[in-house]
Design a protein around this ligand. Structure first.
Ligand code: FRU
Length: 464
């Protein structure tokens, strides 16, 4: 058996042995993508190809820790029902032996191409190779080996290629660290996906490493999305261990100059990182994010004892207006609304308590500028102070030492939409102007929400 076959077999044995324990975990999601066993991190290779959505993810099948990553693979026709596909990539070659790290997909001449980073360590010294794997059927991928090596001036923290096409040109952005240990994103271009020309730095300037870059144009604005490491917390900003956000402006490729505004965080919640986008046949810019953050308390999450860790967000559609990205759950997710459980006119500012299923959607439509408080399962509290205009999200710390908080500012609140799935919540405020993405490890026997607001509350049970 080749090393690739051995790794596949070992991974599937793990799934067969431990998969039922994982699925029975009361924290396991019903409509989000989560690992069948082991650890999941970044979404990879996100693409609609021949009418089917394909999504890959960083996967460590053997433990709930990081290591030599595989690419897991799921596919969907409708962005709701996801089918497990054969493992796409295993870390079985010299150029990716310590991990088939993150990357992206592109369609070219009827084939599906995956660009990813081969992570290699020799005596703990890192090497990084940008590699290619190709498939004719969207299921089985043949590795084509190293395509790009690290250019001069950069360390081996050089990874996560995102490839796209504009007219007859192909482009690639890569997350990088300069030899001066500054975070940056570099770019390459190619006419044929064979020869890649190094274009230089697209952006840099803060932090020590920028991971998982993505570049796209939306509603006429160029966006560079990336996950910088090494930003210090400042007031309500940059509170997670590592951040994710974007700079928006105009990239003049000929002059190699990207004129852009300041860095804006994409999500204000506790767990969000390394998102990736693609454009589908309806022209929608669709995003998946990892509902986790590197180096952030992850071994304290209670799912570790049941052999799995982390999940992805729901797919979100992006728009750009008023100088910022808006994110909302894709329209298809409304099909999960199997049953409207109740609709209440909340008139007085007094606490209402109601049962709510562990897979549900809650929508609060607000007409009056007033304080709001929503507590989910006695665990996580979202509140709005109409006077200070602060929105706060508070939950207990995983190590039991008090609580932690994330915050944002909103002049007014018109709508709050929460997608709840067992141990996670995605909170979309004002049509996705502000988003909080968070895990939520409430006591599984608590089934209620407490809400204090003036407005209309609608709750649906969600089911596949
Ligand atoms: C981001 C990241 C990427 C890397 C991958 C490894 O979470 O660190 O930079 O390719 O995860 O799993």
């Amino acid at each position: 058996m080749s090393l690739d076959q051995q790794l596949r077999k070992k991974a599937l044995d793990h799934v067969n042995k431990l998969g039922t324990i994982v699925e029975k975990d009361p924290y396991y999601p019903k409509y989000h993508i989560a690992p069948p066993v082991g650890l999941l991190n970044d979404p990879n290779g996100w693409i609609q190809w021949n009418g089917t959505y394909h999504l890959f993810y960083q996967w460590m099948p053997f433990k709930t820790g990081h290591g030599a990553k595989f690419w897991g693979h799921v596919s969907s026709k409708d962005l709701i029902h996801w089918k497990d596909e054969p493992i796409a990539l295993t870390p079985g070659d010299w150029f990716d032996k310590d991990g088939c790290y993150s990357g992206s997909a592109i369609s070219f001449r009827d084939e599906l191409l995956l660009y990813y980073t081969g992570n290699v360590k020799h005596n703990n010294i890192r090497e990084a190779y940008q590699c290619l794997a190709v498939s004719k059927d969207g299921k089985h991928f043949e590795k084509k080996g190293v395509q790009i090596e690290v250019p001069k001036g950069y360390t081996a923290h050089f990874r996560d290629p995102k490839v796209w096409q504009e007219d007859d040109q192909f482009y690639m952005v890569i997350g990088a660290q300069t030899e001066k240990e500054e975070g940056s994103v570099v770019w390459f271009s190619s006419r044929d996906l064979m020869e890649w020309r190094f274009g230089g730095t697209l952006a840099s300037g803060f932090g020590y490493m920028w991971e998982c870059p993505d570049f796209f144009t939306i509603d006429g604005t160029d966006i560079l999305l990336f996950s910088p490491q090494g930003l210090s917390a400042s007031g309500i900003h940059y509170r997670n261990t590592h951040q994710t956000g974007y700079i928006a402006g105009k990239w003049d490729k000929k002059a190699n100059s990207f004129t852009h505004g300041q860095f804006i965080e994409l999500d204000k919640g506790f767990e969000f990182y390394a998102p990736q986008t693609t454009i589908d046949n309806l022209g929608r810019r669709l995003l998946f994010g990892w509902m986790g953050v590197p180096d952030q308390d992850e071994q304290l999450q209670p799912t570790v004892k049941n052999g799995w860790l982390h999940q992805l967000t729901v797919p979100r559609e992006l728009a750009f207006r008023d100088g910022q990205i808006f994110q909302k759950p894709v329209e298809e997710l409304k099909q999960l609304r199997k049953q409207q459980l109740y609709q209440l006119e909340l008139e007085k500012q007094s606490v209402i308590t109601r049962d709510i299923p562990k897979a549900s959607e809650l929508k609060l439509e607000v007409q009056t500028h007033y304080d709001i408080e929503i507590q989910l399962f006695g665990y996580l509290t979202l509140s709005y102070n109409a006077q200070t205009q602060h929105i706060r999200l508070v939950r207990p710390k995983l190590d039991g030492s008090g609580s932690e908080e994330r915050a944002a500012v909103a002049k007014e609140i018109k709508e709050i939409r929460c997608l709840i799935d067992h141990s996670s919540v995605e909170i979309f405020i004002n049509d996705g102007e502000i988003v909080f993405t968070s895990r939520m490890f409430a006591n599984p026997s608590i089934n209620s929400i407490d809400i204090k607001a003036i407005g209309k509350l609608t709750v649906w049970e969600l089911a596949l």
